[in-house]
Ligand binder design. Structure first.
Ligand code: CU
Length: 146
């Protein structure tokens, strides 16, 4: 019994070595085929992909108060860029923190914009001005990511 089993097995193994490689490839091709059928649903998103993530705009208070013009922002999970323009005669910047994230944009003077790009998961974050004392004075808001 044993010899008979060993030989067929050895032959099978030899054949399988050659056959397996191609059969595995074709089976992995088959496995890769289903995703494209679900891909059409993603074809509705290229419009958003074109932006390379979402961009949220805000501005510092033009009169020089330590405030942003918004106290809440919301965006989609993924890459988010906060773009803050600074019309005030006071240097300001934009930064994001929360859930282990802490990213600061540059501090810019009047007429310039500070941007910061972060990749965020759904949750609540804080956006604030990284200039000393500004956050404490109220230059902050909530960023909700969905
Ligand atoms: Cu500030």
């Amino acid at each position: 019994m044993k010899p008979r089993l060993v030989i067929p097995l050895a032959l099978c193994a030899a054949l399988a070595a050659a056959g397996c490689g191609s059969s595995k490839k074709s089976s992995s091709n088959n496995a890769a085929t289903p995703p494209p059928s679900s891909a059409p649903s993603t074809t509705t998103t290229p419009a958003q992909k074109g932006g390379g993530g979402s961009k949220l705009q805000l501005a510092a208070d033009a009169s020089g108060q330590l405030l942003f013009d918004k106290t809440s922002l919301s965006g989609k999970a993924g890459k988010i860029t906060l773009d803050m323009s600074n019309p005030a005669p006071v240097p300001h910047g934009i930064a994001v923190k929360g859930n282990g994230i802490q990213q600061k944009g540059p501090t810019v003077s009047q007429g310039s914009s500070s941007t910061v790009t972060v990749t965020l998961k759904p949750g609540k974050y804080e956006f604030y001005c990284p200039v000393d004392g500004h956050e404490a004075a109220g230059m902050k808001g909530t960023l909700t990511v969905k």
